[in-house]
Design a protein around this ligand. Structure first.
Ligand code: 1JT
Length: 259
């Protein structure tokens, strides 16, 4: 199985580990399990400390850990330059980042401020474009870029508001990037994860209701786990998905197909 994936000794950049519940941490664990070299980026010092503790607790060793603030072009440039200098070739990137102001994730969408809208787009959608641009020069063997999306990109989910619009832009960006990077044998796909209790989900008032509705309605009659999202992510990063690009892959127990 590990041989079919062809991820052993490949250099994969994982962006967006905030704590052990992060989808990015789940992907990192799956990557370690198949012998990939994992390179982490973090923004806040607190996240660096958490990553270092998680690595120590699991007896994992990161190939490299670098600071990267995706709201700053220069920071992304420096981070990927440092990664490229250290490892030579980058084979994959896991973009698992999103942010919006708390006040824009409740109340009415129509009340979204200009700055809150721009901030959500910049952090959650443009960051993928800027990251792909900086990673590309080092992805000389081809490779796979994945990002995390959510059903709110295509359906109105009460409260998701400005993030839904940002995820819609993210999914469209996946398709435009896929069309341009295909010539370099770089695939770009999104994982549309079901609702999972991560740090981002904290403070979402109706989250329990959302989880209960999914249990009732999803074909698999249950919610999905961080591990399930991670293993699908591993598959999409791997050689098993070598013919797939520009796709939105749902890991949601089938919830998205229901009317
Ligand atoms: C962000 C947040 C991105 C929460 C997110 C997210 N993607 C999924 N969630 C969880 C969620 C949130 C809402 C929801 C369903 C799922 C918070 C910080 C900014 C980025 O409502 C239907 C509101």
């Amino acid at each position: 199985m590990v041989d079919l994936l062809k991820l052993k000794d490949k250099n994969i950049v994982v962006m967006g580990v905030a704590n052990q519940r992060s989808l990015a941490w789940g992907v990192a664990k799956s990557l370690f399990a198949v012998g990939a070299n994992v390179i982490f980026t973090y923004r806040k010092e607190r996240s660096l400390a958490r990553i270092e503790k998680l690595l120590a607790d699991h007896d994992y060793e990161a190939k490299l850990i670098v600071q990267c603030d995706v709201n700053e072009d220069e920071s992304i440039h420096k981070a990927f330059n440092e990664i490229g200098e250290a490892v030579g070739t980058i084979h994959g990137v896991v973009h698992s980042l999103a942010f919006a102001h708390a006040e824009d994730l409740r109340g009415d969408f129509i009340d979204t401020s200009r700055s809150g809208y721009a901030f959500a787009q910049d952090t959650s959608a443009y960051s993928l474009v800027a990251t792909a641009k900086e990673a590309r020069p080092y992805m000389t063997d081809g490779g796979s870029i994945i990002t995390m999306s959510y059903l709110g990109a295509e359906r109105v989910l009460p409260g998701y508001n400005v993030m839904g619009v940002a995820k819609a832009a993210l999914e469209a960006s996946v398709k435009y990037l896929a069309s341009e990077l295909g010539q370099d044998n770089i695939r770009v796909n999104a994982i549309s994860a079901g609702a999972i209790r991560t740090l981002s989900a904290k403070g979402v008032p109706s989250f329990n209701t959302i989880l209960n509705q999914i249990e009732e309605k999803a074909p698999l009659k249950r919610n999905v786990s961080q591990e399930e999202v991670a293993d699908t992510s591993l598959a999409v990063l791997s050689d098993l998905f070598r013919g797939v690009t520009g796709e939105i892959v749902y890991v949601d127990g089938g919830y998205n197909i229901m009317g």
